[in-house]
Design a protein around this ligand. Structure first.
Ligand code: Z16
Length: 833
């Protein structure tokens, strides 16, 4: 640091950042002219975006540095959120709103000849995630900073985020998402590196005192380089850090002797191999593929993050037993489970602690969040692969398992099968390490993400562990969303209308106060304004659809939206079969009958994992149905079917505020929570849904009269599936008619869709599409009728919005802080800096 005598000079010139419109313009122009070397004469919208982003970045950086100093000085327990995914979307709009200077920037940009929306639209999404899990992590970062918690996110700096989806002839095509050409939000820290080891062998010996020592040696080294991004809180100076690790060859690996001795190609190839680790996000949503490179990513990220956390702790010179008082690490799904054996390894092999002492520290440090009960999503790694890649970790996992099984044996001597059931090692061929079990055993708390889901994990996948540890180890934290992005940013007019009734924007940081809005449900002016905002949002989406899909939709029609990852359990197939049923009904109608039909626009969006054929088939079917229906003169505006290409965070911000009805129709018991359901209702849309995930708690909050629930319940799913196989399978007659139309080629080559239809008719209908079809169609009928009574509909939507306060991610973060992390906020004003 700077010597005492020179600090005055330093402070005098310390960076300030703009405050006024003129200062903003000066900073933006300075960045455009000097940082970017552009001028008045070649400043396009992109340059205007870059200048604006850099001006805001300066402000963020100043508070970011101060926040880090303040948190170091406060010396309180910090939270580390380990997530392989952070689906951040765009940063500029969020930064402008969180620091409260969007209006100033808007006026400044107007002076310079630019429109704010055009400037914002220049930014690429940071799409380092698949779906709900990654977006949840992003919402949590926003809430952690807003609530002033000292918290860091840790992830990988993928060169390619989730692929961009193009629709070509109705089929999904994946295009790489190279997002780093210009990313003003990240700061490379070339001085913050960690060498991470892979492969090699373990040498054991006894030291003078006779203690067993293990040395992991002769491995390959890959270097992790830190890239940091500031995370500004809303209406607070707290600016937290998101640290992303990038992989590169270690100096040892890019070997100059090789280089000089004619092995130039080999040395460059080695370098590229190292860089492969952080090259690409795996695009699978709720599916474990067991690829070696994925395991390498996981260890690389865990090892670098833990080294960093331990390094920071060691600077404080505290005793190891204090580690869990200074550090809480949350595991977002099982992806970071290797952090558990890694911390144990650091403590026993490198720091010389005894096993038991180390293990107590490990368990007290970690918490584990489970996001799914689907067996195909639960990670397992083969023992031979782990043996090869991480030999010392495999030994430690075996030792953890041994201790654990001995404990179980002592406590459950009569249950002979228990040991096999709960063992971390699955006795298959090859043997597999069950990562979820390791995560449960190595954590002090395990949580599910909605009440039903948290109950289900206790009675299904972790049933035995509830017996072993008691029920208190398992808890629920129902998911939430940040109202800053998902209301204030995505729907500024609605946010402002609410603020005008609630006396300002404070409700965005205490969403429970939204309930006060219910007092205005009969206020004529308010209702009119509320309805106008919804209509304007639908007009905006209609324009977008016209531009992207070339289809004119009527904004006065009922907008029915299902946007989420394409997955059989989410049942987009149920939705499109329902649409086909509707189409066939319209085709049968007389002109008189048609007059009574509620016009509807069915909107779909979502990516399929590249290898998930069934999900891709559903995309294809939706597009084929759209092609036929949208061109059918008999149908006209009564029904339009739209598939929106490349659904992502920034598109969600346009789509969600425009919905009348959104669909959350997973087979009961399969969707852990869902979070878009919350976003839609908060934006004045109603939902059709099954009794699954957070839909149940949304119903409890908004009232049964304000949601359209249908379908079988999760407790009946097992019996229904069983009946499909062992009793007669009765295909729903309306669904039969839909299938007949598909088979007759109404939507193009029937062969394309045979697997989809056969999966239901011949292969057991695992997702209960037929069982729920009638209930679904009947409920859609109720929705048509309800929508015609616009006044009642409006009352439902306003009432629902006012009852959504529970679903702020601020509430989640306070619950984690209290029940799992035991951390306190660090208030900016009370701590000088
Ligand atoms: C994911 O997004 C989720 C679960 C999972 O195992 C893997 C991925 Cl990539 C989702 C759940 O499906 C969803 O219900 C939940 O709301 C979300 O995680 C956040 O908890």
């Amino acid at each position: 640091s700077v010597p005492e005598g020179q600090r005055e000079a330093w402070k005098k010139f310390s960076a300030k950042g703009f405050e006024t419109k003129d200062e903003f313009e000066a900073e933006a122009v300075r960045h455009i002219e000097t940082t970017l070397a552009r001028s008045l004469f070649n400043c396009d919208e992109f340059a205007a975006y870059a200048g604006t982003a850099l001006a805001f970045r300066d402000r963020l950086v100043i508070e970011w540095n101060k926040t880090q100093q303040r948190h170091t000085f406060a010396d309180q327990k910090r939270v580390y959120y380990l997530s392989l995914e952070f689906l951040m979307g765009r940063a500029l709009d969020n930064a402008m709103l969180n620091v409260g200077m969007k209006d100033i920037a808007k006026d400044g940009l107007a002076d310079l000849g630019f429109r704010m929306e055009d400037v914002i639209a220049q930014e690429r999404d940071a799409a380092l995630g698949n779906g709900g899990l990654g977006r949840l992590a992003a919402c949590f970062l926003d809430s952690l900073a807003t609530l002033n918690y000292p918290a860091w996110g840790y992830a990988l700096r993928y060169r390619y985020g989730i692929f961009r989806q193009e629709i070509v002839d109705g089929y999904q095509v994946e295009v790489p998402d190279y997002w780093l050409d210009f990313n003003p939000w990240e700061f490379p820290r070339h001085d913050v590196t960690v060498d991470v080891q892979f492969y090699g062998n373990v040498r054991k010996y006894q030291d003078q005192s006779g203690k067993q020592i293990s040395v992991w040696e002769n491995g390959e080294i890959v270097t992790a380089v830190a890239y940091d991004a500031p995370i500004p809180g809303n209406a607070t100076k707290t600016t937290n850090n998101l640290r992303l690790w990038s992989s590169k060859a270690s100096h040892g690996e890019f070997d100059f002797t090789k280089f000089n001795s004619g092995e130039y190609e080999q040395s460059v190839a080695d370098q590229q191999r190292a860089e492969t680790i952080s090259a690409v996000l795996y695009p699978n949503d709720s599916l474990d593929r067991g690829k070696e490179l994925r395991l390498k990513q996981q260890y690389f990220w865990c090892a670098a993050s833990l080294f960093d956390i331990v390094r920071r702790f060691k600077k404080s010179k505290k005793a190891w037993k204090d580690f869990p008082n200074q550090v809480a690490i949350q595991l977002n799904d099982t992806h970071p489970t290797l952090a558990i054996p890694e911390l144990q390894r650091i403590l026993i092999d490198q720091e010389g602690l005894e096993w038991d002492e180390a293990w107590a520290i490990v368990q007290a440090t970690f918490g584990y969040t489970n996001h799914t009960v689907l067996p195909e999503a639960l990670e397992k790694w083969s023992v031979p692969l782990l043996q090869h890649l991480l030999p010392r970790h495999l030994q430690i996992i075996y030792d953890i398992n041994l201790q654990f099984l001995q404990y179980v044996e002592r406590n459950f001597p009569k249950d002979r099968d228990m040991l096999g059931r709960v063992s971390i090692i699955e006795e298959s061929q090859p043997k597999m390490v069950r990562m979820a079990y390791l995560a449960v055993i190595g954590s002090h708390k395990v949580n599910g993400v909605a009440e039903l889901h948290s109950d289900l994990i206790k009675t299904t996948i972790f049933k035995d562990f509830v017996k072993i540890y008691g029920p208190d180890k398992f808890t629920n934290v129902t998911n939430g969303i940040t109202p800053r992005r998902w209301l204030h940013q995505a729907n500024p007019r609605l946010s402002e209308l609410i603020a005008s009734k609630l006396g300002g924007f404070e409700y965005l940081n205490d969403l429970t106060t939204l309930h006060k809005l219910e007092a205005f449900v009969d206020d004529k002016e308010f209702r009119k304004e509320f309805q106008e905002i919804k209509y304007a949002n639908k007009v905006r989406l209609s324009q977008y659809i016209k531009e992207k899909n070339g289809v004119a939709v009527n904004p006065a029609a009922l907008f029915d939206i299902q946007v989420k990852r394409m997955h059989e359990y989410k049942r987009q197939q149920l939705n499109i079969f329902g649409v086909i049923h509707r189409y066939l009904e319209i085709k049968d109608m007389t002109p008189e009958e048609k007059k009574k039909v509620q016009p509807r626009v069915s909107i779909f969006g979502g990516k399929a994992a590249p290898g998930y054929w069934m999900a891709k088939t559903v995309i294809h079917l939706i597009n084929q149905v759209g092609k036929v229906v949208n061109a059918d003169k008999d149908v006209g505006d009564l029904l339009k079917v739209i598939f929106l290409e490349d659904y992502n965070v920034s598109k969600a911000e346009i789509i969600i505020p425009a919905s009348d009805i959104s669909e959350h129709i997973s087979t009961a018991g399969t969707e852990a929570s869902g979070t878009s359901n919350m976003k839609f209702v908060l934006n004045g849309g109603l939902i059709i849904g099954t009794c699954d995930g957070a839909n149940i708690e949304i119903t409890r909050e908004v009232g049964e009269e304000n949601i359209f629930l249908f379908g079988n319940l999760s407790e009946d799913v097992e019996d229904l599936r069983h009946a499909h196989y062992y009793e007669e399978f009765n295909l729903d007659p309306m669904l039969d008619r839909v299938f007949t139309a598909i088979r007759e080629g109404v939507f193009g080559d029937a062969g394309q869709f045979s697997a989809l239809v056969d999966g239901i008719v011949d292969h057991g209908d695992y997702y209960l599409v037929s069982d729920d079809f009638k209930s679904y169609v009947d409920t859609q009928r109720l929705i048509d009728e309800a929508y015609k009574k616009q006044d009642e509909w409006l009352t439902k939507t306003i009432t629902s919005v006012s009852r959504m306060g529970f679903f702020s991610s601020d509430r989640c973060i306070d619950e984690y802080a209290e029940m799992i992390w035991n951390v306190e906020p660090v208030k900016p004003q009370t701590n000088g800096a």
